[in-house]
Design a protein around this ligand. Sequence first.
Ligand code: UDX
Length: 438
Amino acid sequence: MRISVIGCGYLGAVHAASMASIGHEVVGIDVDAEKIGRLGRGEPPFHEPGFEAILGEQLASGRLRFATDFAEAADAEVHFIAVGTPQSADGRAADLAYVDAAFAALIAVIRPGSLVAGKSTVPVGTAARLAPLVEAAGATLLWNPEFLREGFAVKDTLEPDRLVYGVSPGDALERRPEVAVLDHVYAPIIERGTPRIVADWATAELVKVSANAFLATKISFINAMAEIAEATGADVTTLADAIGMDARIGRRFLNAGVGFGGGCLPKDIRAFTARAEELGVGASVAFLKEVDAINLRRRDRVVDLVLEELGERRYDGRVAVLGLAFKPHSDDVRDSPALDVAVRLHGLGVGVVATDPAAIETARTRHPQLSYATDAAAAILGADVVVLVTEWPEYSDLDPIATRSLAGTDPVIIDGRNVLDPASWRSAGWAYRGMGRP
Ligand code: UDX
């Protein structure tokens, strides 16, 4: 089929290349000419494992191209909207300016009979608000939320846990013609037995935000237990292992540490509370404000631990911050706990040297005032305190003995992700501090 993807960030660029890889003819559209230029040359504008290979292959196949002009999308039978919905500058709500602009520009070129499939994460009610615009152009609107994780974006797009289609409310949702069209787009994925749920617009929109709210709650739950563990001498990692063995709870997303960040979880829970308040049901998700507060307190905790361990060395000590990305295998520093810790320590007058395998350039653009080292060894050289805040394998696998010879006298390791073995670090001569573990 002929497909357009509007918005070529993590979501859209990966979706465009993935749709080309299953045989469709795809044009990716974005207003950012530099990004489109890079994508068209096969250069990923962000770090995402496996993306460069699929991008190169699909450009070479001739099925994938990129453009800045919406007119290039005119021929497509299905249009995916994949633009960002960041937190608004003046509050908790999502900023829908990119969504509204994408719809306006697309509607001007769209053909009657085509399908518009929204993938962006939007406040519930957005599809119902935009549908009249789409219908006036003779097209149909469906909401098809995306659940991809950064670092696994290609795999999650081509091998999703489930597909969710949101159609206009009413009867016989499964039998809508637009459902058959999207089934055709995703045919190889559906044929593999991937579950597919057809719902109304509001349910589909809510599936996405409630999934992220649940994941954020799970992380903040275990981080709250870490706070209790800190007050009692208990070990939150053992606690997580034990409660996680109950299949009803599950061990995944129970890793206590410096907390969640990124372009999705933090802004999605904030937008959810703002939207619920608009709808008069703010009390229903008011607990998400506590989820947010617990999460942000873990950043304070890491900063406090560093200051405590530096003690009198506060202004002449040296602190190595390992990690800047919000999670490993990504160069994304949006709302990154790791970058936040580095910036706050620097702001407190602490001598910080930060490093990351992929995110130095994205961090430097936002925070040129920080000192950056090219790798862990260079950052740790002469450090009094080493803080691990993004669990890249190269940091989790650091050898405590070899690392000890690089650091200063009486060094301290602060394991902000609970990924190191306390005993082996202590026996190599480090003072070890974890997050909610002795
Ligand atoms: C998330 C959702 O997982 C995905 O389904 C949705 O489409 C987009 O938002 P992503 O932002 O890529 O994906 O990251 P995710 O893997 O969910 O991690 C989010 C944050 O939580 C990271 O900062 C991570 O370090 C943190 N995290 C995760 C924890 O602190 N503890 C955990 O146990 C798991």
